[in-house]
Design a protein around this ligand. Structure first.
Ligand code: GUN
Length: 281
């Protein structure tokens, strides 16, 4: 069994981004800028946004976080986005999800200029991803694809089971895999027999937020298992969606939690923001 080290790969990407930022500054006088909009007091969202801002600072981006109260109206959020859309120093706009219940998330995401949509959540970018055109791709599934690339894992013709069908993870993951010529099965909470699908897959990619959902008897010998889950359990520790101690024994490759997909999400946010800044330059 080989561990897929997301932390090491993310660090490598961070330093490449930092070098490119330096070149962009010197040659084009452009500093990549990211605007983050954070609504409410969810501790996990605050922690993620803090990590994103810190990563931006480290690679030499300009970043600004709009920290807004839970009670903010939809129109007020839209006003901030429109301001960022027309701000020439901002290349990327990220609205941290989930938003409070009184806000229509789809409406909010549609307001973001698709050229600044570094999360790849705007329908314009979703459509381009599905049709295999160049687009901004959601950071977490893009990070998983980078891991496959780094470890020379060939996807063509492979049976891949994606567990979870969210707009942020499962659906874009399935599109990317399909674009890479894998045979993709997407399972979700209404799937009748999850094990029937996971146990015949060459590769299982899971991101649902259920600790230990994927058990030893649900994967085949030699499978590759990618764990996108990040769950804080009662003892305060972080675990994924995979029963790692038992599943890892059967795998050819597996991602740990923490230190697997998590760091790659932030690395891809930097990479997407750099891409947007290069387009501006
Ligand atoms: N909430 C959970 N994951 C993400 C993400 O990748 N981007 C944003 N904006 N919100 C999230």
């Amino acid at each position: 069994m080989q561990l897929i080290d997301g932390k090491a790969l993310a660090q490598k990407i961070h330093s490449n981004v930092a070098k490119e930022v330096e070149t962009l500054k010197q040659e084009k006088n452009v500093v990549p800028g990211l605007a983050v909009i954070l609504v409410g007091d969810d501790p996990a969202s605050h922690a993620y946004v803090k990590m994103k801002a810190k990563a931006c600072e480290k690679v030499g981006f300009y970043s600004i976080t709009h920290n807004m109260p839970e009670t903010i109206s939809q129109d007020e959020i839209i006003q901030i986005i429109e301001m960022m859309n027309s701000n020439p120093h901002i290349d990327g706009i990220l609205v941290q999800l989930p938003l409070p219940k009184h806000i229509d998330t789809d409406k909010i995401l549609e307001v973001i200029d698709p050229k600044k949509d570094v999360d790849g959540f705007h329908a314009y970018n979703v459509g381009r991803l599905v049709t295999n055109l160049d687009s901004f791709v959601p950071c977490t599934p893009l990070g998983v694809m980078k891991m496959f690339e780094e470890y020379n894992i060939d996807l063509e013709g492979k049976d891949v089971c994606v567990v979870g069908a969210s707009n942020i993870v499962g659906k874009p993951m399935a599109s990317l895999l399909l674009n890479a010529n894998a045979t993709v099965t997407v399972t979700h909470i209404y799937t009748k027999d999850l094990k029937a699908h996971t146990s015949r897959a060459d590769i299982v990619v899971v991101g649902v937020g259920v600790p230990g959902l994927i058990k030893e008897d649900m994967v085949k010998e030699g499978a590759i298992v990618i764990d996108i889950g990040i769950n804080r359990i009662e003892d305060g520790s972080l675990v994924g969606d995979v029963d790692f101690p038992n599943v890892s024994k059967k795998c050819s490759y597996i991602t740990p939690v923490p230190g697997g997909v998590g760091p790659m999400t932030i690395a891809m946010l930097l990479s997407n923001t750099l891409k947007a800044a290069k387009a501006r330059a």
